[in-house]
Design a protein around this ligand. Sequence first.
Ligand code: MF3
Ligand code: CO
Ligand code: CO
Length: 277
Amino acid sequence: MKSLGIQTLFRPQVKQEHKAKPITIKTPEEVEKMRIACQLAADVLVMIEPYVKEGVSTQELDKICHDYMVNVQQVIPAPLNYKGFPKSICTSVNHQVCHGIPSNKPLKNGDIINIDITVIKNGFHGDTSKMFIVGETNLPARQLVAVTYQCLRLGIAQVRPGNFLGDVGYAIQKFAENQGYSVVQEYCGHGIGRDFHEEPQVMHYGKPKTGVLLRPGMTFTIEPMINAGKRYVKRLPDDWTVVTKDRSLSAQWEHTVLVTDTGVEVLTKRAEETDFV
Ligand code: MF3
Ligand code: CO
Ligand code: CO
């Protein structure tokens, strides 16, 4: 997910303030390339599932994904060297919110882990993540994972021409907060295509009928990060791993979607996912 870079809001006016790039509307040919990249990203999540077991380290998962992407799929793992990120996937365990760096620490029974995959194929990005439960975990953790997935589904259900990004954020925030959870605000979804992180920023909170108007041909991610405790987060000294300030559990699911003429196409959908309402 994209950092909102809140600090830029308070920066005094300086010459050459960078201008937001326009939202790209994909041509049918570009949409077809997005479909391919996105399905490859989804395939990595399917491939890695049997390896997500007690005792495996996240760097072992990174290596399996890296080798599969590079050697089998012949895609570029987008995170590797992205702004200095050192690995090919992100792995965020328990109170880690996002951008976790794979390490030699083994997973243990009851952990919840987000694996976030972004590939580049023929110049286009596909970006998707899901939660895995290691062995068996407690009800609060299972509920957080399930509610966060429902947040993603409810956000996706708001995607159609004529609706606004505020409708997406509102649907997610309302459901999460009704369940007693909080929505991380410092990181958001993003337009995606030739660039990893394009305009617009896709907030997971907001007000109906506000923000960017959705138009056919837009492609962007929705990737809510939901905390069991308070919404506040901090970055670890490794400069990447984002964790909850109160050390409460956090979950995230992500899809890349296309605004179609009539609604939405979930470009990173996996076979195990049957509907999105
Ligand atoms: N895949 C993340 C997203 O959903 C971004 C990861 S950036 C990295 O936007 F450098 F940490 F890999
Ligand atoms: Co993303
Ligand atoms: Co991602």
